[in-house]
Write a protein that binds this ligand. Structure first.
Ligand code: ATP
Length: 483
């Protein structure tokens, strides 16, 4: 049976991956907390990304900038004036919605009612109107589709307007106007304002990149599809600074490199695709999304954008500080390229969205056994590098020195991998519990272990068990847990 988003949400909650925020107060819309297993999986994803950026490339370094930034940052980036989404209000409920999301919901409704083509056509039409900036056309489409407000069930819609999604707060005295600051809606700007700091102190030579992982905040209006669209989320972004004129070459290189990354963390090629943007944001000269096939359809997980010199140039204008780089490489006439504002190719992926993609992909239900013994086996087929726990060690019995022997093995492995000891319940149940959280290896200690220092390893995906010497455990597990 096909996995639904509801299966994913339930599993994530039941096994300590993702909880609704402040659940005892009935939750907070579009805000989620990661539990004991979720935080491990998410940290592993972030580590893999960080390594893929700063360790594999000798010309990419990391930073960690603050969430709060000088308010002029958002003027320069264009977020204050034009970071906009098409919003529509319902006159009866006084509720505000993102117009594109109302239409997406309608398309899903068509799909759920066995008319996916109709939903697809609706999305195409919406894309055409948004690309053309035809907000009135978007409103007419909402009306002609008979879309009603989910709250008031009426269709008394206002015009569609562009709206700013940044959260703001006050620093210091509340009365002062100048103290209004924003929670960053993207991590990229923390990199742009530190471009020269890093370039100079790190003696970086173009082309080079700066990577960052951090929280971003957007007051998303329609909150749904679980952690796909949150109000507080984490981005993993890398801005790659290049000589103007070479940006398309780098754009293509990073596009391919990033697709490979998603395959390396276990997302299958047939569930990934590029979506090339025809209508470009004001700062971009090329843009492509990497989309993953979620249970609710193909959706963006990462954007790769060629941002030209838009950001550095506007920071230069507003700050009156030169954002130039001196390039002493020689051009075809043997002269140094000299001073210029670099162009930027960025890769931007949501840690939470990637988490959701990886989690959806890992969730597996398999029918096993025959006749009366037939049952569904559920497990998380996570890449071992991402699994919250790498190995669980079980004594077959809680006596005769087996627990002590098992604890000894845990101690040996613990410094290198996240390993747990488990002795409760029958061994079959213990395997099942580890399957449900995606533990790739279970190690069982039995009476033979006491005689010859061998154990059985059971592999999660195949359930195959093999007998190996304890001395081989480190290398066997080690081989599988890296990407
Ligand atoms: P969307 O169109 O889905 O709102 P976007 O095009 O605005 O996304 P970008 O601004 O390019 O997204 O952000 C880069 C990445 O950050 C996205 O590919 C996504 O993985 C992640 N992201 C953006 N908004 C959210 C959100 N509200 N919740 C979770 N992740 C997000």
């Amino acid at each position: 049976p096909a996995t639904s988003l509801q299966d994913i949400i339930s599993h994530a909650k039941e096994y300590g991956f993702v909880f609704p925020s402040s659940e005892i107060y009935d939750g907070l819309q579009a805000v989620y907390d990661y539990g004991q297993n979720g935080v491990e999986l998410k940290n592993n994803l972030k580590t893999v990304w960080w390594k893929a950026m700063t360790q594999v490339h000798d010309n990419v370094v990391g930073i960690d900038a603050s969430i709060f930034m000088h308010p002029l940052t958002w003027k320069a980036s264009g977020h204050v004036d034009s970071f906009n989404d098409p919003m529509i209000d319902n006159k009866d409920s006084k509720k505000r919605y993102r117009a594109d999301q109302l239409l997406e919901l309608k398309a899903e409704e068509y799909a759920a009612n066995g008319q996916p083509e109709k939903g697809h056509e609706l999305l195409l039409e919406m894309g055409r109107l948004l690309d053309a900036g035809d907000l009135n056309g978007v409103r007419e489409l909402i009306i002609s589709e008979g879309i009603v407000d989910p709250v008031s069930k009426t269709a008394n819609w206002t015009e569609v307007r562009q709206f700013n999604l940044m959260f703001s707060t006050q620093v210091g005295s509340v009365a002062e106007d100048a103290s209004l600051i924003y929670l960053r809606p993207e991590t990229a700007q923390g990199i742009f304002v530190n471009f020269l700091n890093v370039q100079k102190t790190g003696r970086m030579k173009i082309p080079f990149g700066i990577a960052q992982i951090g929280k971003a905040f957007r007051n998303e209006i329609v909150a749904r599809q679980f952690t796909f669209r949150m109000r507080e989320f984490e981005q993993m972004e890398m801005q790659f600074f290049v000589r103007p004129g070479t940006e398309m070459e780098w754009y293509e290189k990073w596009r391919d490199t990033r697709l490979k990354f998603h395959k390396a963390v276990g997302l299958p090629a047939e569930k990934l695709k590029f979506h090339i943007h025809e209508k470009l944001a004001h700062y971009a000269n090329a843009a492509v999304d990497i989309e993953y096939q979620f249970p609710f359809g193909f959706r963006e997980i990462e954007g790769i954008h060629s941002r030209t010199d838009f950001d550095l140039k506007s920071h230069q204008e507003l700050s009156r500080k030169k954002q130039q780089y001196f390039d002493n490489d020689l051009d075809e006439n043997g002269k140094p390229y000299g001073n210029y504002i670099p162009y930027v190719v960025e890769t931007s992926v949501g840690a939470d969205r990637l988490f959701l993609a990886v989690f959806c992909n890992a969730y597996t239900e398999e029918v096993v056994g025959e006749g009366e013994n037939q049952k569904t086996r559920t497990y998380l087929k996570l890449h071992p590098a991402l699994a919250p726990i790498k190995a669980a060690v079980f004594p077959l019995m809680r006596k005769d020195g087996l627990p002590e022997k098992a604890q000894e093995i845990v101690k040996q492995l613990r410094s290198e991998f996240r390993v747990i000891y488990e002795e409760r319940d029958a061994i079959g149940k213990r395997y099942t519990r580890q399957d449900l959280i995606g533990t790739p290896f279970c190690i069982a200690v039995d009476y033979q272990t006491l005689e010859d220092d061998t154990v059985t390893i059971r592999y999660r995906d195949t359930t195959e068990q093999i007998r190996v010497p304890i001395s081989e455990l480190k290398s066997r597990i080690g081989q599988e847990v890296s990407i």
